[in-house]
Design a protein around this ligand. Sequence first.
Ligand code: ATP
Ligand code: MG
Length: 369
Amino acid sequence: MTIGIVGAGQLGRMLALAGYPLGLDFLFLDRSADVPAAALAPVLAGTFTDRKLLRRLARRCEVLSFDWENISVPALRAATHGLRTRISPPLRALATGQDRLAEKRLFERLRIPTTRYAAVGSRSGLERACARIGLPGVLKTRRLGYDGKGQALIRKRADIAAAWDALGGVPLLYEEFIDFELEVSALGVRGRDDSEALYPLTRNWHAGGILRLSVAPWESAALERQARAHLRAVLRDFSYVGTLAIEFFVCKGRLVANELAPRVHNSGHWTIEGAVTSQFENHLRAVAGLPLGSTAACGHAAMVNLIGRMPPAAAVLAQPGVHLHDYGKSARPGRKLGHCTLVAPSADERDRRTRALLRALAVSLVRAP
Ligand SMILES: Nc1ncnc2c1ncn2[C@@H]1O[C@H](COP(=O)(O)OP(=O)(O)OP(=O)(O)O)[C@@H](O)[C@H]1O
Ligand SMILES: [Mg+2]
């Protein structure tokens, strides 16, 4: 079976790495042939809205999936018109995941607590939103944001002008700033037969808007219960097929939904070595109509993102039990180039070894384990 994947970044690359043992084949589409997944499978190079190219991809695959959100829903729908090619995850989930306003409305409809927000379309609209929601707050582009890009923090009224100058001109969303205790993400997978498998809760640390560290399982029975209920509600509402992630702030012991990703997610990379079945393999099992694998943790995992510059491989691998994933990308400040993972027999040992790894990588994080 050939899986077509729109987007051939590191997520696509790790999907292919997980899929070959299952006997799956891959074909990618991306803007250039010089992309992380190109080392593993052919890449059709062109724009994401090129209907002819999408059609070529769809004709050659049983299932179409994607490794990032910012692709045209109508173009994808048109590409499979009249063909037996399935699209998984469903386009409704993709459309929601590409628009922060649609995400907020989904969370509200499913009674999943989320930040207070207002849609913003003009400078005066931003003034009104700040007055209604209050300060401080965060102004975000509704679409195309990632790794903290397309965001501006508004601490005081005097910041409004600069935030508007930086982001104005496209549809925006203003939301309250959450003084969170911590951030967690919930990751789950749903199969074509409606089966579900949810991973243990993951705790995340960001720096400069970019995920830096994840540890799992993050053991908190109360948070885990809320996360599972929210994740299930979203998976079922979309009649979802594949892996899905929801990011939450934890505020006064309660989960507040930040955003969702209708795909495999950076905070789930620990599952490659740290769970019985990785998020990548389970995504493929789901979209291919195969039984889902166990999402149980095999120990206590930590995943550190390698950002901007790759450390020497030997320096990472000299750390006992550490696994290195190099995405084969060229270095650029703020760019995710790889990650490394360790799995320990206890949470205490994981935290100790994580601190040593962060020191070796010269990464300092506020409130790190
Ligand atoms: N309303 C908020 N209050 C406090 N912190 C926030 C808020 N919104 C965003 N942040 C911080 O910025 C990070 C990135 O924000 P968000 O997840 O909205 O952006 P993104 O660019 O879509 O990121 P991703 O790379 O996860 O797609 C959050 O994980 C959080 O640390
Ligand atoms: Mg995020």
